[in-house]
Design a protein around this ligand. Structure first.
Ligand code: C2E
Ligand code: MG
Ligand code: MG
Length: 594
């Protein structure tokens, strides 16, 4: 008979672990049969499947041990988390046991023999170990027994995958899925519950989570999800199940409580999740959002409580407190954003609503336009023009940034090629967000430049300070690869981030664009003029080409002329314009400056 238990994911050596009871129903398909085969061919009374998450499934064909254990030796988790075969001929002769029994209360005499084989999913992901035990010590495993154990472990891995195909469990965390979550809710409804608190926990905004995956790889993200799940489970009230309802999202139904939500308890959860994770030896801080919804269980039919609670989660992610209770206003905002994101995804697909405008950058010394900055424009058929300040952050959140940037790069570089062939000596600057930064970006730039016959040193990428200050090695490598191609790097909106002036020296940039907020304020305040002057001098001293943005009036232009500034950009010189208008504007400009 097989049964399942869940251990607290604490693997302190030398201590026994207490399995926490879990409801039946999340079984691994076929585990019973696999375990029976293994028990038979290896002649062992007890077989278990222990997962890296701490869940354990038990099989015992022995009348002496009809129940799952109350406590497990840490050796199980060690076996489950390290992908190696282990054979312990006699636990009494092995110092790792030091008198601690392998299992307690399998209604057994102590187990003396232990062997385990790693379990992998079909895609080769290590997820746990299949363990066999015997009451008597043994010499080890024969070659045939080893083969049988390996076969059984392989079958167990297939069962795990099958379980997730059937929509029951997530293959990585082994937590029950969304389907099980709804089944559980419906069970409450049948049992006559009136209200229930739903909790949903997002690990990070989608764009940030995707950035983790890009920077660290899927194995890291998988491990992170397991670690986050483990932390939530330690916090969870007793007899509550955690479900994985999205790739980076968990949910649970909290125990019935007539009271309002316990704020201190939620603060505690957020506090725990905000502590850095030491994931595969690399520290990482996530950006959790915890959403709560007091659900009328009777009104479950037809509604989607997960969608509602997610809007609270979403709002919580940007809040200082990190948790929030559902309010209809959240949902309205969420719906609007959702609508815009869907529309943006469609616009990216058919591309007729998207356009690029180009804003001239003028060299102060000669007065000539030396470069243009490409700026994305979206004209929605019913909503009209939607400013980039609105849709760029949405694209970022919805994981659409890469597609948008690909379109911008291809389009703008093609346009630059056409202008250059028409005899216009121009450079091009492109805005890129940190989620774009990766090896594909470098490859895409290289191939677009080749395709449109544009020299790479005619291109410049504009990043914000925070991207350039990211200390990860991968970010640095990608930036170095961009520089190595001869592409310039600009620090956009300088002064709005949190970098200090000393950190400027470390930024791998070639030019620096002073943010328009300082520049535009110059007109009204002498202090702002002094700030812009000091920033330009420092930037030039550090070897950057200095660009002043937001030169809106003749007065600002005159003030900037006396500063350590190489280029200016702003409405006083020209507003961003469609590509077709640029050659005419350039001709007029050239005629004016002579
Ligand atoms: P940014 O890169 O700092 O671009 C300059 C913004 O300032 C543009 O706004 C431009 O129209 C505006 N601007 C230029 N001169 C003046 C001036 O004298 N006065 C005033 N008031 N504004 C001026 P826009 O086009 O609305 O873009 C806003 C931001 O959206 C951009 O700021 C950039 O961060 C982002 N963005 C635009 N297009 C793209 C894109 O293709 N990709 C990415 N990642 N971001 C983009
Ligand atoms: Mg820019
Ligand atoms: Mg800017």
């Amino acid at each position: 008979m097989a049964s399942e238990s869940d251990t607290a994911p604490d693997d302190t050596p030398g201590e026994v672990l207490n399995p926490i009871d879990m409801a039946d129903g999340f079984a691994v398909p076929g585990f019973d049969a696999v375990a029976r085969l293994a028990a038979h061919s290896l002649r062992v009374p007890v077989v278990s499947l222990v997962l890296a998450t701490g869940s354990a499934y038990w099989f015992s064909d022995d009348a002496r041990s009809p129940h799952s254990p109350q406590a497990l030796h840490p050796l199980y988790l060690e076996a489950a988390r390290h992908g190696e075969t282990q054979v312990v001929p006699d636990t009494n002769a092995d110092e790792r046991f030091g008198g601690v029994p392998l299992l307690t209360d399998l209604r057994t005499a102590s187990m003396r023999f232990f062997a385990s084989e790693p379990v992998y999913t079909l895609s080769g992901q290590h997820v746990g170990a299949l363990c066999v035990m015997d009451y008597a010590p043994r010499d080890g495993l024969s070659e045939k027994e080893h083969d049988d154990l390996r076969d059984a472990a392989e079958l167990a891995g297939t069962g795990l995958v099958l379980g997730s195909y059937l929509g029951r469990t997530d293959p990585v965390t082994q937590l029950p899925h969304r389907n099980a979550f709804f089944e559980d809710l419906r069970a409450r409804q049948r049992s006559g519950a009136h209200r229930a608190w739903l909790i949903a926990i997002d690990v990070a905004p989608v764009s940030r989570f995707n950035a983790f995956i890009r920077a660290m790889g899927h194995a890291y993200a998988d491990e992170l999800m397991r670690d986050v799940a483990a932390r939530i489970q330690v916090w969870m009230p007793e007899h509550t199940h955690l479900y994985q309802v999205g790739i980076h999202r968990f949910a649970a139904v909290l125990p019935d409580s007539p009271h309002a939500v316990d704020g201190a308890q939620m603060d505690e959860l957020v506090h725990r999740l905000r502590q850095p994770f030491d994931c595969l030896g690399i520290p990482l801080t996530i950006q959790p959002g915890v959403g709560l919804l007091n659900l009328e269980v009777g009104e479950l039919d037809g509604g989607d409580p997960l969608r509602l609670v997610m809007s609270a989660t979403h709002a919580a992610q940007d809040s200082v407190r990190g948790w929030s209770v559902y309010e209809p206003a959240h949902d309205e905002q969420h719906r609007q954003e959702f609508f815009l994101v869907t529309e943006l995804a469609a616009a990216l697909n058919d591309r007729t609503e998207l356009e690029l405008h180009y804003q001239p950058r003028v060299e102060l010394a000669s007065g000539r336009c030396v470069a243009v900055e490409a700026l994305a424009r979206w004209r929605h058929p019913t909503l009209g023009a939607i400013p980039p300040g609105r849709f760029i952050p949405l694209a970022e959140q919805a994981g659409l940034m890469r597609t948008l940037t690909e379109w911008v790069l291809d389009h703008a570089i093609a346009q630059l090629g056409a202008w250059q062939r028409a005899g216009l000596a121009l450079k091009l600057s492109l805005n890129v967000s940190s989620s774009d930064l990766g090896s594909e970006l470098v490859e895409r730039l290289r191939s677009a430049a080749r395709r449109h016959d544009v020299a790479l040193d005619a291109l410049e990428l504009e990043f914000t300070e925070s991207t350039l200050l990211e200390h990860s090695d991968t970010t640095r490598e990608h930036l170095a690869a961009i520089r190595a191609l001869g592409i310039g790097i600009a620090i956009d909106d300088f002064g709005t981030g949190y970098s200090n002036l000393a950190s400027l020296r470390q930024m791998p940039a070639t030019s620096l664009k002073i943010d328009q907020s300082f520049v535009r304020a110059m007109e009204a305040s002498r202090h702002d003029g002094a700030i812009v002057r000091a920033m330009t001098e420092l930037a030039r001293e550090l070897g950057f080409r200095v660009v002043v943005e937001g030169v809106e009036t003749a007065q600002i232009y005159a003030a900037v002329c006396g500063m350590a500034c190489d280029e200016v950009q702003g409405f006083h010189i020209a507003r961003p314009m469609p590509a077709g208008e640029l050659p005419g504007w350039l001709a007029l400009r050239d005629a004016a400056v002579g």
